[in-house]
Design a protein around this ligand. Structure first.
Ligand code: NAG
Ligand code: NAG
Ligand code: NAG
Ligand code: NAG
Length: 364
């Protein structure tokens, strides 16, 4: 019996070690190079040429020690360390997809709009533990100094639907203009809920004409708002100026989440485009209902009120019973004493039949 178990144990370990040696999820090179970050300032780094690197095998991306992924978004004026930032054309695979081939596109750092220079396709795989591995190869592209782009979305410990900063800035509305507020001069950090004089308002998901929202370059969400069941999604942000294209600039992508209570939270970042501002759409104003409390608080409130209710009921019942019983008993004792005196007087002065009748009446 014991022998069987031990043998089985060894077989499992052996089979796991044989699969892990061939699985890129467990056999990869680590690539942690800060200049690959798409959230850098425009033209910040250059000269890191990925076509000069001896690529071999699979790679996992990090940025300053934090798990990162390849960018699916091009960002204006960002070369990811080179002159041409390389990003995936399309979304990452899921765990079930296994190894997939993805097209790689390049964006030249001096152009504001996203170029579609085609580079060599690469293999990508999603791994258990929420990360990806890439089989990077020497990029074959007609644009100069190509470099693979990375982005890290910080994991958050508490639900952003209940941990956000309120941003009631009515001058961000799409029908406002005249002033010039530049969002790149604020220090953005974390998740924000947008208000318009205390009412809910959403970021614009349609093109906004320049100089609206009291800024020069109007920033809008290039994609629909998510549903609650979508969880946290990543959306491109476009900056509109004058070309009539609506997306003259691609600023940093942001994360968005739909929340119970009919509002959204946005993880806004520094757009790093000169005098640009996130726009709120006046056609989406809605009354904000009081925030739905998380389950834990509701749960403890229920237990507390139950305890109070039981204490209240027991005090109430004991007072009620003691008063009721004492009144009842005193009336009953008066009744009995009256009866007794009547009986005794009958005993001494009347006949016995009347006594028994009286006793029956009393105890009915
Ligand atoms: C990017 O992918 C989309 C969808 O798969 C495809 O329609 C488009 O042609 C691709 N773009 C380029 C430049 O290859
Ligand atoms: C790149 O491709 C996208 C669609 O895939 C298109 O909207 C855009 O205009 C193209 N940009 C350039 C500069 O060709
Ligand atoms: C690089 O791309 C060009 C044009 O797309 C193609 O003609 C050439 O064969 C490619 N070179 C390699 C080594 O794949
Ligand atoms: C913008 O729209 C809101 C809501 O419709 C309205 O209350 C406000 O007066 C408008 N502001 C301007 C400057 O038109």
């Amino acid at each position: 019996m014991y022998h069987h178990r031990i043998v089985l144990f060894y077989v499992i370990i052996l089979s796991e070690s044989t699969t892990s040696s061939s699985d890129p999820c467990y056999d990869y090179n680590t690539l942690d190079e800060y200049w690959r970050d798409i959230r850098q300032n425009a033209y910040q780094y250059s000269g890191h040429d990925d076509s000069l690197v001896e690529w071999s095998g699979w790679y996992r991306l990090y940025l300053n020690g934090e798990s990162a992924q390849m960018s699916e978004w091009c960002v204006s004026y960002v070369g990811c360390g080179g002159y041409t930032g390389l990003y995936l054309n399309g979304s990452h695979p899921t765990l079930e997809d296994g190894v997939v081939t993805r097209e790689v596109l390049g964006n030249y750092v001096w152009s504001s709009q996203c170029d579609n220079y085609t580079s060599t396709s690469i293999q990508v795989k999603a791994c258990p533990g929420d990360y990806y591995v890439y089989e990077f190869v020497k990029p074959n592209i007609s644009a100069p100094i190509p470099s693979y782009c990375a982005v890290a979305f910080q994991s958050f410990s508490s639900d952003p639907c209940y941990n956000y900063e309120s941003l009631d800035r009515p001058w961000r509305a799409t029908n406002e203009s005249g002033g010039y507020v530049c969002d790149e001069s604020f220090s953005w950090n974390g998740w924000y809920r947008l208000f318009y004089y205390g009412m809910n308002i959403q970021m614009s998901e349609t093109c906004v004409s320049p100089y609206s929202c009291n800024t020069y370059f109007t920033l809008w969400l290039n994609g629909p708002h998510p549903q609650i069941e979508d969880g946290v999604v990543i959306r491109e942000v476009c900056g509109n100026y004058y070309s009539g294209d609506c997306c003259d600039y691609n600023t940093k992508p942001i994360r968005v989440k739909a929340c119970p209570g009919n509002y959204y939270v946005y993880e806004l970042v520094n757009p790093q485009i000169w005098c640009s501002g996130y726009c709120t759409d006046v056609s989406t104003i809605s009354q904000s209902i009081s925030t739905v409390s998380p389950d834990i608080i509701t749960g403890s409130r229920v237990t507390l009120s139950k305890i109070y209710l039981s204490i209240y009921l027991s005090i109430y019942l004991s007072i009620y019973l003691s008063i009721y019983l004492s009144i009842y008993l005193s009336i009953y004792s008066i009744y009995l004493s009256v009866c007794l005196s009547v009986c005794l007087s009958v005993f001494f002065f009347g006949n016995e039949i009347q006594i028994s009748c009286l006793f029956i009446n009393v105890f009915d």
